[in-house]
Design a binder for this molecule. Structure first.
Ligand code: FAD
Ligand code: MLT
Ligand code: ZN
Length: 474
């Protein structure tokens, strides 16, 4: 039988009294961002160095106590909070937040896991560089969480997911050893690439404590346009034109259904959302140019002229300045917040080949309307990456909690069955956590699942790292 008080006392000696929280209001650590679940921690432990993380992992291992790593707790799939048993340690990385070094010649930055994404973006910009990972939670999510979930965001079409931005990692293993892999090398074929095992592993294989990440030169200009398009097919056609006209300058291409934009109008009326009700979809797109603003503007004009001529754009505005560009992006980024204000909802974070997205949406819209009359479809996402947030809100006036309890299962089954037929993925960027664990078991090939279990068993044989997330281990 584990001695809880003895473990708490050990943890206090390891990280300091002030950094082991056991009472008071722990909501920020124990409640997930979407308010889907509330857990209870044996203790919230906040180490300040990699060595302290290693010591905490060792102490928990010796006591047979499992750990849940947590960064900004902005995850979407209930993976970053403890379960309800009160027997897990919540390991918050927030104090491990230093930017260790910027290597300008190597175009890399080495940063600790608890550094907030926006802090890193700003530090790189101050030195004349771009760190391109960008998402609406950037003011509170951390680099460790971004790596552990392989976060996507709004710049993937040009710069890739967090995985593509990472050249090296420092990790505390499930045994409490430190693996120092912060090489910053762009080429290294010395056997298995362990970095890629830990990226996207959602805290189930080890604790990421630091990373060496790619930076890019800051573009000379970043222009944003907001366009009304007559259909999803037209949005895909516009994407093709944008690739042709802007090439590597195309750094963002997001689609937003009119109902999703309607939620922003409703909950954030101070925002000026263009083209109200004029079209079923709008697109926000970004052109980053390394020559000049006038060059970027000319390119954008030529693209929009061609799109208007071909009928895939009905109307468009191009931001005149940075403030306007931010306001247009802010509309897109406000959709998940507006959706949360509207009430509990069912999220489907799916990816499908871009070319097949219009057919997928036509089919699933019709099936949902047929089988679940009145449901409200909140459709938006990273069309440039083939990633839709195809979300479902309870019918107007319905009790959202009861709706989720009764209908989430059947709705997920319907949507994911079509995702499978379209050869897609049931999690494009948010991960699996505990919310999609059962679904993963149905939608991933048995060969892949067995390989994943073998890796988990080899790296964390006692199943102490975020157990019950991603995989169920019998
Ligand atoms: P947490 O939520 O704390 O943790 C997430 C997972 O990572 C958990 O399983 C946790 O155990 C694990 N973890 C955290 N830190 C570590 C570590 N140091 N070592 C090992 N494991 C760790 N996601 C996208 O991909 N794209 C988006 O566009 C996007 N937009 C969002 C917008 C909003 C408004 C919100 C609230 C969320 C959004 N997300 C998005 C989801 C979320 O922000 C990301 O998943 C983010 O990467 C999580 O970072 P975090 O620090 O909050 O991690
Ligand atoms: C987004 O793209 O806005 C995020 O992934 C968040 C969400 O889907 O709610
Ligand atoms: Zn997203």
């Amino acid at each position: 039988m584990m001695d809880i008080e003895a473990l708490r006392a050990t943890l206090r000696t390891l990280v300091g009294e002030a950094h082991v929280l056991t009472d008071g209001d722990l909501t920020a650590y124990e409640q997930d961002w979407r308010k889907r679940e509330r857990g209870r921690a044996l203790a919230v432990v906040r180490p300040g160095t990699t060595e302290e993380v290693a010591a905490v992992v060792k102490a928990c291992g010796a006591a047979g106590v499992s750990l849940v790593p947590q960064g900004g707790n902005t995850g979407m799939v209930v993976g970053s909070i403890p379960d309800a048993s009160g027997t897990q340690v919540l390991l918050s990385l927030q104090r491990l937040n230093r930017i260790r070094a910027i290597d300008a010649a190597n175009l890399t930055v080495t940063v600790e896991a608890g550094c907030v994404l926006q802090t890193l973006q700003e530090a790189c910009e101050k030195d004349g560089f771009l760190f391109p990972l960008s998402l609406a939670a950037e003011g509170s999510c951390t680099i460790g969480g971004n790596l552990a979930t392989n976060a996507g965001g709004t710049q993937v079409v040009r710069y890739g997911n967090t995985r593509e931005l990472c050249l090296g990692l420092e990790v505390v293993t499930a045994q409490g050893e430190v693996w120092s892999g912060l090489t910053g090398l762009r080429k290294d074929n010395t056997g298995y690439d362990l970095r890629h095992l830990f990226i996207g592993s959602e805290g189930t294989l080890g604790v990421i404590t630091a990373a060496t990440l790619r930076m890019y030169p800051l573009p000379a200009a970043q222009l944003t346009a907001f366009a009304a398009v007559p259909s999803l097919d037209a949005a895909v056609q516009l994407l093709g034109l944008a690739h042709q006209h802007l090439n590597a300058g195309l750094t963002g291409f997001e689609v937003m259904g009119d109902f999703a934009l309607g939620l922003v109008r409703k909950h954030f009326p101070q925002q000026n959302v263009p083209f109200g009700g004029m079209s079923p979809y709008c697109v926000v797109l970004e052109n980053s140019d390394h020559e000049s603003e006038s060059h970027a503007r000319e390119q954008f004009e030529r693209l929009l002229e061609a799109a208007l001529e071909q009928g895939c754009v009905l109307d468009a505005v191009v931001a005149e300045n940075i403030a306007q560009a931010r306001a247009l992006w802010h509309i897109r980024e406000s959709i998940p917040l507006a959706q949360a204000q509207e009430g509990l909802n069912i999220k489907h974070d799916i990816s499908i080949a871009v070319s097949r997205i219009p057919a997928f949406v036509t089919e699933v819209d019709a099936l949902l309307e047929q089988h679940f009359p009145g449901v409200r479809l909140v459709n938006y996402g990273h069309l440039g990456d083939g990633n839709l947030h195809y979300n479902v809100q309870a019918p107007d006036g319905a009790d959202a909690e009861a709706f989720l309890r009764d209908q989430e299962g059947p709705i997920n089954t319907l949507v994911y069955e079509v995702v499978d037929r379209f050869n897609g993925s049931i999690s494009a960027e948010h991960g699996i956590g505990s919310l999609k664990r059962e679904k993963l078991a149905h939608h991933k090939s048995p060969v892949a699942l067995n390989a994943m279990r073998a890796i988990k068993g080899a790296l964390d044989p006692k199943n102490l790292m975020n157990p019950g997330r991603v995989l169920s281990i019998e």
